[in-house]
Design a protein. Structure first.
Lengths: 467, 304
């Protein structure tokens, strides 16, 4: 059923792509359109399915009410209730079966997962441990419990660490970010590039990490202190002048606004900063502060608006300062949203609007855009792989309008860019902590200045570790 | 004559009320002896049996070995642990509207309430001698501790606990409050002590050799056939590659392309005006180079 819906979504996307191409629609709008339609399609299908299952759940409940000891009816009722997200109904029925046979390992494991979903981690830990103690536990269930038990125990500690380390190899078709035309505009003239100056592809070896610590104050409000660190480093095989180093950290408390009146609504003021290096020398460093508000609109829908200010310091060596990024202030407004369509399908959206006020007027700009992604989780090919695999198609579009013409490029033309990128990310955990991920992405920038009309195809693959 | 009519009316009301009270509100999903119940107006208690009806104001009592589970019409369940005494004071449910009311009282032992439709809409309540507990849309365990104290454990949902002098609300699953007396202020919620939860779970579950009144017991093979214990939990977005990873990689690409574009013009071939460039009037070209000699500043100088 799930793959039926996914297949329909993909087929619809292909059909729409063909149609759109035929009508020469603006390529920049295409990905957003496709994902909006795909989202609506999945939503409609899911809603239709939920209606059918609720009636089925009522029918099964009536049957188990008449025959409480009928285990087959009860297991069917549990399966339907879980599919509907009615975890409490499933818990009540499974705890009844446990009364009939207290040695039911699978039932204890399922109860552990259900309490985990409800956020009742202490109870989940107890059921997981009881299931692990059983002699007859099969290898697949054991692998899953051994993966989930540390996840549940983590929530019981005041200091909760989460991390991802991704390494691998990455190919890019246009690392040098040159246009196809073979010409560049300088002082308003379209001039040929020198013979050694072509689009250059390259591979790199990279490492990327995200580490987070939530210090739980263990109060009734659920306040925490969030520390976040991310790092990214690349080593190019040929174009070593583009070796990149990037680190970023942020720190701030996440405070419940009014747990009684607005349950789940939190506000997070924070400070943040980053350092970066390109080719071994410092590039863009920044420091600033921001605030974000997380608000669950329903059990499945969360929004998070935020605003952030940063002071940028950019070292742009060279004679002609033509880069988009320059030293100055950057103010960013964001709106992140997450909508859980069902247990395995989540829509994640991200809108951004920012303004850069740089020391050089031609490096000041206004930007706006959004990103849409579908997080599709599915069961891996082997029962022994304890975690779900994730496929994430995504698309992003970003419009940039610069405040003033760049006198070195064209003194009478303000730069306007449309950058869009679309890709696919696949994460394949093999054990509870180890896995492999791959990512494909196509990036295109359209600009009213030929220098910035570029495209790039990239692909990465490599192992990862998580905790 | 008027008096007679009024008497008949009053009698009718009483009969209707009595019928309502005697309506089945749930049934026994599991019962380990000794578990007994006393319906309202009954002279003696009866042994609880699997599938037996439960009516309003029915009292359920268990011995040191006994446990019971009651399933209500709205899909909620009430697990009654060993050495417990619980009365189903009132259960009203309108399945069409999905609304109703549920109230129980408890004088000793342990119970776990797993919410259904009624607790999700109107809420449910459990009254103890020293506090009243209201639950909205959730799951909770209530256990009597030595010294006539009570602990309420939130396993999901919002729980309000009130005694004569104070009240507390538990919003976090895994948190609990302890009530020391009717006139003693209730302390703030705290993480549930693992030993208390373990004790409550042990008191609520069948012991080895007990089968809750069933004559045929379920097994793991049947559970597997119906996918119980076969699913996987959703991944944690915080440590799963997703938008954040994509964002970091794209930010790196933006930095690199900006650096590259900053230096591109250094390799452009710029025609030099003939009058300035060459006395021979041949079109000559000049490549723009950076002013300093740092090879890092030109992507093509150091690329090979």
């Amino acid at each position: 059923m799930f793959f039926d819906r996914t297949t329909q979504f993909i087929l619809t996307s292909i059909l729409l792509t063909k149609t759109a191409t035929a009508f020469h629609w603006r390529r920049a709008c295409l990905p957003a359109l496709l994902y909006c339609l795909g989202f609506g399609l999945c939503l409609g299908l899911e809603a239709a399915k939920a209606d059918v299952s609720k009636a089925e759940q009522d029918r099964l409940f009536a049957a188990t009410f008449r025959e409480p000891a009928n285990d087959k009816l009860t297991f069917e009722y549990v399966r339907t209730s879980i599919a509907l997200g009615d975890h409490e109904a499933a818990i009540g029925a499974l705890e009844r079966l446990l009364n009939y046979n207290p040695r039911l390992t699978r039932v204890k494991f399922e109860l552990g997962m259900l309490y985990f979903r409800l956020g009742s981690y202490e109870t989940a830990v107890r059921y997981f441990k009881q299931a692990l103690e059983a002699d007859d536990l099969d290898a697949a269930a054991r692998a899953r419990i051994e993966a989930y038990l540390p996840d549940a125990e983590k929530h019981l500690s005041p200091s909760q660490w989460t991390g991802l380390l991704q390494t691998g190899l990455r190919y890019q078709s246009n690392v040098s970010a040159l246009p196809d035309t073979g010409t560049l505009q300088v002082f308003g003239l379209n001039l040929p590039v020198s013979t050694g100056q072509k689009k250059k592809s390259d591979w790199n070896a990279f490492a990327l990490t995200q580490i987070g610590n939530d210090y739980d104050f263990q109060n009734q409000r659920g306040d925490t202190l969030e520390t976040r660190f991310s790092g990214y480093g690349t080593a190019q095989f040929s174009l070593t002048q583009f070796d990149l180093g990037y680190v970023e950290a942020s720190l701030g408390p996440r405070l419940a606004l009014a747990p009684d009146l607005l349950p789940g609504v939190t506000i997070k003021p924070y400070i943040a900063g980053n350092l970066s290096w390109i080719g071994g020398s410092q590039y863009l460093n920044s420091g600033g502060a921001g605030v974000s508000l997380r608000a669950p609109l329903s059990e499945v829908w969360t929004i998070e608006p935020g605003v952030e200010w940063r002071q940028l310091s950019v070292k742009n060596p060279g004679f002609l300062i033509t880069t988009a990024l320059g030293s100055g202030d950057l103010v960013t407004g964001t709106l992140t949203t997450s909508y859980k369509i069902n247990d395995k399908l989540t829509f994640e959206g991200f809108g951004i609007a920012d303004g850069a006020h740089a020391d050089n007027a031609w490096q000041s700009f206004l930007q706006g855009g959004f990103q849409a992604a579908l997080r599709i989780e599915f069961d891996p090919p082997s029962e022994l792989f304890p975690r779900r695999w994730t496929l994430m198609p995504y698309a992003r579009i970003l419009w940039s309008n610069f405040d003033a013409p760049d006198p070195f490029i064209n003194a009478s033309l303000k730069r306007r860019d449309t950058d869009w990128r679309t890709g696919l990310l696949l994460d394949m955990p093999v054990t509870g902590w180890f896995g492999v991920a791959a990512m494909f992405q196509y990036t295109r920038t359209d600009s009213n200045i030929i220098n910035y009309r570029t495209d790039d195809i990239s692909f990465m693959i490599g192992p990862n570790a998580r905790f | 004559m008027r008096l007679l009519i009024l008497n008949f009316f009053a009698l009718g009301l009483m009969l209707a009320q009595s019928a309502a009270l005697a309506e089945t509100v749930g049934n026994v999903g599991a019962a380990n002896p000794q578990a007994a119940s006393t319906p309202p107006n009954a002279a003696a208690s009866r042994a609880l049996t699997l599938g037996a009806s439960i009516v309003n104001r029915e009292k359920i009592e268990t011995s040191g070995e006994g446990t019971a589970q009651v399933t209500f019409l709205d899909k909620s369940t009430l697990n009654v642990g060993r050495n417990s005494s619980v009365v189903v004071d009132k259960f009203v449910y309108n399945p069409a509207a999905g609304t109703g009311e549920m109230a129980a009282s408890m004088t000793k032992g342990v119970l776990r309430f797993v919410g259904g439709q009624v607790s999700h809409t109107n809420g449910a309540s459990v009254k103890t001698p020293i506090a009243t507990i209201g639950i909205r849309g959730g799951t909770m365990t209530v256990i009597f501790l030595p010294g006539h104290r009570v602990m309420v454990i939130d396993q999901y949902g919002r729980i309000d606990v009130t005694n004569k002098v104070s009240s507390q609300t538990i919003l976090r699953p895994g948190y609990a409050v302890k009530i020391d007396g009717l006139n003693t202020p209730i302390g703030a919620p705290f993480p549930v002590p693992p030993n208390v939860l373990a004790e409550a779970m042990a008191l609520l579950t069948s012991a080895p050799g007990q089968h809750g009144g069933a004559h045929r017991w379920p097994n793991d093979q049947t559970a597997a056939r119906f996918d119980t214990g076969s699913a996987r939990l959703p991944n944690d977005p915080a440590n799963t590659p997703g938008p954040q990873v994509i964002g970091i990689i794209n930010l790196g690409d933006t930095f690199v392309s900006n650096r590259a574009q900053q230096q591109q013009v250094n390799g452009v071939i710029i025609p030099i005006p003939q009058t300035v460039a060459s006395p021979t009037n041949n079109p000559l070209v000049q490549t723009v180079t950076p002013q300093n000699n740092n090879p890092q500043n030109n992507q093509f100088n150091s690329s090979h």
